[in-house]
Ligand binder design. Structure first.
Ligand code: 5GP
Length: 375
């Protein structure tokens, strides 16, 4: 018989942090960098836990170059060919100056449809010293994924492996016990994702993070909240719910370092101004605005650009949007980390790791005053 779970499932917009008496006098006292230890990967990483999504638009070398200065991570998209010298050079470890290595905060990505032998050769190649892999598929519940994780773990015992996506504790634990260090959480929350519309499958992201984080931590693993963050406050809420890492796509889109051309458009505003031809007459003001294209990795556009077209058994589960140009990605990461520090000072968390311990959420039915629009 069909079952209905009628416990309340929550999204970021359904909660707000309860402020608490704090020992912090200023947001500057909040430390947003945490030392991460892993179940399998033997090294410690010092990071702010923010990860750029491995989408063709945001998993770029250019975003990586900026984010690593903030100890933020980039999951490179899987369409870089590392046999090409320019790409090979980027990812190659500089033994003389290991601290300047591009791959200190860099994951490479793979799906299950990609060339396994090529991937294993890359991981085994000492020139690259790639030690972080993101295995990314839309439906993390298929047995082939678990088998693949087991195989990669047995071949590369010291690799940092992040795997996804799932939204339930049972599968989170399965993947960790199969060899994942980090499990990616999120089905359907992404800004350019249409999975929920197409399939009716998904789970509100805050509840998914709460359950998966608890399950992961119970068996020594970590979780990365993937998708659905629209602003710095959402990132803080993801950490508050127990996420160890937070992956962002749409928030990093539209930046200089995201891939794609700038599109310029003349937009009509709702402001009336005297007409240039006849000042007696008013007309609507027009302005020039810049945009960048951002698309889901299952969108028709992505399939055509990166996979040689849409296979007939697939349907598009992503959309294409024009994102208002934001300047450098530096603006975004600074705002996210600034917001996070401020959250921490409101709730009394001195360290990033303390955020969940200091979190009490209010369930709300209205989180924003939108009298002057949604921003
Ligand atoms: P955002 O930060 O934009 O809300 O979410 C980014 C995440 O959306 C990505 O990391 C990935 O998990 C997911 N995503 C990216 N492209 C697609 C797509 O075409 N379809 C679906 N279902 N999810 C996508």
């Amino acid at each position: 018989m069909t079952q209905i779970r009628d416990s309340i499932e929550l999204d970021f917009c359904d909660v707000l942090f309860r402020p608490k008496r704090t020992t912090l006098n200023s947001r500057q006292e909040a430390n947003v960098v945490r030392e991460y230890k892993f179940k399998y990967y033997p090294k410690t990483i010092s990071s702010c836990g923010i990860i750029a999504a491995n989408m063709a638009t945001t998993g770029t070398f250019e975003i990586n170059d900026v984010l690593q200065k903030y100890k933020a991570i980039t999951c490179l998209h899987k369409h870089y060919d590392f046999n090409k010298p320019e790409n090979f050079g980027y990812i190659t470890q500089n033994d003389a100056k290991p601290e300047s290595a591009h791959n200190a905060y860099t994951f490479i990505s793979t799906g299950l449809r990609d060339d396994k032998e090529k991937l294993f050769a890359l991981l085994a190649d000492d020139h690259f010293k790639i030690d972080k892999l993101c295995v990314d598929i839309a439906n993390g519940y298929i047995p082939k994924l678990t088998e693949f994780v087991k195989e990669v773990r047995s071949k590369f015992p010291n690799l940092l492996i992040m795997v996804g996506n799932v939204v339930t504790g049972d599968m989170t634990q399965d993947l960790i016990l199969s060899g994942a260090d980090i499990v990616k959480v999120g089905i359907g929350p992404g800004s350019v994702c249409t999975t929920r519309k197409l399939t009716g499958v998904g789970r509100p992201q805050l509840s998914a993070i709460l359950e998966c984080a608890d399950a992961a931590h119970g068996v020594g693993g970590l979780v990365c909240a993937d998708g659905g963050c629209t602003c710095a406050g959402d990132v803080a809420k993801a950490f508050g719910a127990g996420a160890d890492f937070v992956m962002l796509g749409g928030m990093f889109a539209g930046t200089d370092e995201a891939s794609g051309e700038l599109i310029e458009k003349i937009i009509q505003t709702d402001e009336l101004v005297p007409s240039a031809d006849n000042p007696e007459v008013s007309e609507l003001l027009t302005v020039k605005k810049k945009y960048k294209l951002f698309y889901g990795m299952s969108s028709q556009l992505a399939q055509e650009r990166h996979f040689g077209g849409m296979a007939c058994y697939r349907a598009s589960e992503g959309k294409v949007v024009e994102v208002a140009y934001k300047g450098s990605v530096e603006n975004v990461i600074q705002e996210v980390l600034g917001g996070l520090r401020s959250t921490m000072s409101y709730i009394g968390a001195t360290r990033l790791k303390d955020i969940p311990k200091c979190t009490t959420f209010y369930r709300v039915n209205r989180q924003l005053n939108e009298i002057f629009g949604k921003s």
